[in-house]
Design a protein. Structure first.
Length: 210
């Protein structure tokens, strides 16, 4: 099934707690609006003011940001300030996002998440987030790793193998190179703007069903 432009779906972020369950557990769920759903690319929009669900968990690790264990129940979190457009080739091991300041309409940065291949669900999509990202300057002249220490912590504590972590870092180099060499494909979205008639999306029923 393909989603139609304008449809609101759930994007579920799964978190790997250990190597026993590499598919992870649901950590957060975001309502997003479909812009394009094709065999070669999925594009979705996360709107300012939308409310996501974040699962209760025990935290720790670097800067007390690592999810150590999941618990029952969710809490609401409001997505503020940013207009975010996700660009995802379904089989890629990364996802590129464009971030605009919703108050000034200025494009601020590119963001690369490292994730498992995209999986379709009856209510949208989901993927395992590997907890490390790259932030790229608007003109693509420079980039930096974000939360790299978390991936090192995962390896030290057996959540990811060293080979997996090395693969994720290598994917980072490839992702930045692709962003630059295929910049026309990505930069064509810089002029995109959401339909002003759209309401703030809300999560569809069944967003928490396994």
């Amino acid at each position: 099934m393909r989603w139609q432009p304008g449809d609101v779906v759930a994007y579920r972020v799964r978190v790997r707690i250990d190597q026993v369950r590499p598919e992870g557990e649901i950590g957060a769920v975001f309502p997003v609006r479909i812009i394009r759903d094709a065999a070669d690319e999925v594009v979705a929009y996360q709107a300012p003011g939308s409310i996501s669900k974040h699962r209760h968990h025990d935290g720790g690790g670097p800067r007390d940001r690592v999810i150590l264990a999941m618990r029952e129940g969710y809490e609401d979190a409001t997505w503020r300030r940013w207009r975010r457009l996700f660009l995802r080739r379904p089989s890629d091991a990364h996802m590129v996002s464009l971030f605009w300041d919703s108050e000034t309409d200025a494009f601020r940065f590119w963001y690369i998440d490292f994730v498992s291949p995209l999986r379709r669900t009856p209510i949208g999509f989901e993927a395992v987030d590997h907890g490390i990202d790259i932030v790229v300057e608007p003109d693509m002249s420079a980039w930096t790793w974000k939360d790299a220490e978390e991936l090192d912590w995962y390896v030290e504590h057996g959540r990811y193998s060293r080979a997996e972590a090395d693969g994720i870092r290598a994917e980072g180099e490839r992702a930045v190179a692709r962003l630059r060499t295929e910049r026309e494909r990505y930069e064509r979205w810089l002029s995109w703007r959401p339909d002003p008639s759209w309401s703030i999306p809300i999560l569809p029923a069944g967003w928490d069903a396994e």
